[in-house]
Design a protein around this ligand. Sequence first.
Ligand code: NOJ
Length: 741
Amino acid sequence: MLAQPRGGSWPRRLRRRIALILLACFMNLQAQSVDSEPRIDALLARMTLEEKAGQMSQSTSMRSPLSEEIKEQIRRGRWGSFLNAGSAADRAEAQRIATRESRLGIPLLFGRDVIHGYRTIFPIPLGQAASWNPELIRQAARAAAREAAADGIHWTFAPMIDITRDPRWGRIAESLGEDPYLTATLGAAMVRGFQEEGLAACAKHYAGYGAAEGGRDYNTTWIPERLLREVYLPPFQAAREAGVLTFMSGFNALNGIPATGNEFLLRRVLRGEWGFDGFVVSDYESVTEMVRHGVARDAAEAALRALRAGVDMEMVSTSFYDHLPALVRAGKADPKLLDEAVRRILRIKLRLGLFEPEAPPATASIQPLEVARRLSAQSVVLLKNRDGVLPLPKGIGKIAVIGPLADSPVDQMGTWVMDGRAEEVITPLAALRNLLGPDRVLWAPGLKNSRDGSRAGFPAAASAARSAEAVVLFLGEEQILSGEARSRAFLGLPGAQDALVEEVAAAGRPVIAVILAGRPLTFSSVASRARAVLYAWHPGTMGGPALADLLFGNAVPSGKLAVSFPRTAGQVPVYYSHLHTGRPPAPDESGIPTGTPVEPKGFTSKYLDVDVTPEYPFGFGLSYTTFEYSNLRLSAAGVPRGAAITVSADIANTGRLEAEEVVQLYVRDPVASVARPVRELKGFERIRLKPGEKRTLRFSLSTGQLAFYDERMQRVTEPGLFQVWVAPDSVRGVAGSFTVR
Ligand code: NOJ
């Protein structure tokens, strides 16, 4: 990004030059995609059916060192792509064979799960989302892309932009949370970051995968089209608009039709409505899994179904290669569909410059560890800070560092880490020793790991607590409890962690709980015993220094939850943008008469045994300072359809520390032809304020942003009253209203 010079704008000549360079880059990309088509035509004309099916196949079988069998297959054009394969040297050798020794010289495409970092590991995506900082997230993606590309990787299977409202689902860790607007904004930032450094991104898992029944991974999803189009698809459309080069079809059956055989998703929406011209890869064996779904008799039928639906490349299973050539010869598969799929794959290979490998142009330098430290700090959410116990005074005597997650590099990195190295991770224990000196840090793990049920380590932990002025307790869940196929039915702290907290709290020292986890956990007994709670997710390589910065005030917490935290697993799904229902449990917060008096206790939509609200709402996060929101103004009382209105409010830092705040814009359409959510996020901005500083923030809200799908599934903005909030989270804020004419 080109920063403006301080105290003025760029001179006009320079601005013109920058504009010309940007235009030239854009034209070049355009020209490249137009120019590539004749070249693809020429290749297609020479390819055998087997070579075409080979391009449409991705293998996971490339081991180190390269076997003679694989070398021979590459020469034959058996594979178009490899996944998570070999070493950098193996990839270089395989590419040499593909480009020099195969008949057509078509380069291989090396894909890898570079999910939240390559060698430098950034916080898990759900943690990154809590930063609400698209620019920093884009920088992290750039850093990851640069490290991966240097090792011969061309393509990452990220970002995962599945909306999910279920913390039981282990893959919530890989998501950007529950909200379509936030996920779309941050997902697009990731796409840009990866692709700016030449790493193709992949929008996954298309679509609906995050709505798995019961939070059980790979499970069925039922999503009515209105919900699909308003909540689950917008992040994918945003990725498409950000220029994402590939999509991955999900494992799930969507409304009974597997996403990998789903013509509605892949042909009608993705290609038809959004005009996507890149390619779609299946998720692992999701093509042949259609047999187990019960929608194909055998692998041949599954291959045909996936091809027709619009899958271009098959990952791992081999039904395309095994059956498509024969199906074409038998007149059962349309050869045009194969040509179309191969065209898309070659187009991306050309767009990535794989046919003309040359040194990538030098771009501005990135300091991965610096980005990681900032992103880790900004992803941490302060959930409680009684009596301002945090930040701890730097002159404090001894602190006790307790809990298994204070010094567990692998757990700190979190799920989906293939290339991060445990020995490069700086744990909180190491960072605190470094900051305070080893003598001021009393360390007792208490438990061997988060699942440990033994109390053998408790006496040492209690004694450390008694000898210290304050206790920093690191709790949560290990890496292996979150991620793919890691669903949980209970969301509490595993093992004997609750008992450890009790034991340590009995020492009577102030307890600060730091929770490292891949999902929202339920931990109310810890929260009630601890004076402060920091939610740190799995914060990655630089999580230790970032937490030390926050604990001692070298950084101020500014993260906000990207997902609602339930009070208990029994409340799931709990999310902020729910519908109001005809029997809401609390008076209508809008203050607008709904016509029906609300019955506070009786027959309303609630639980008998737990408050219906979340433990911590979406958008929530405290700071070491306080912010005051006031004076919401609208640029007009009404706005004609098609125009925009400006919503402004004053935000003041009323505390004693300079800090950042994520200011959020929400709207509600209280009376419409279709019931609308109680609030919907429509904008946000991260601002920095000095103590005593007040700033007016302006959001432009177009009437298009108020649109929804009506009864006939037409996208409409209906005239009438709209409410708007400028807010620190999804339940508070300063409110106003305006009308759309
Ligand atoms: C299966 C996962 O669902 C997907 O997210 C991942 O990219 C592929 N495996 C490749 O490892």
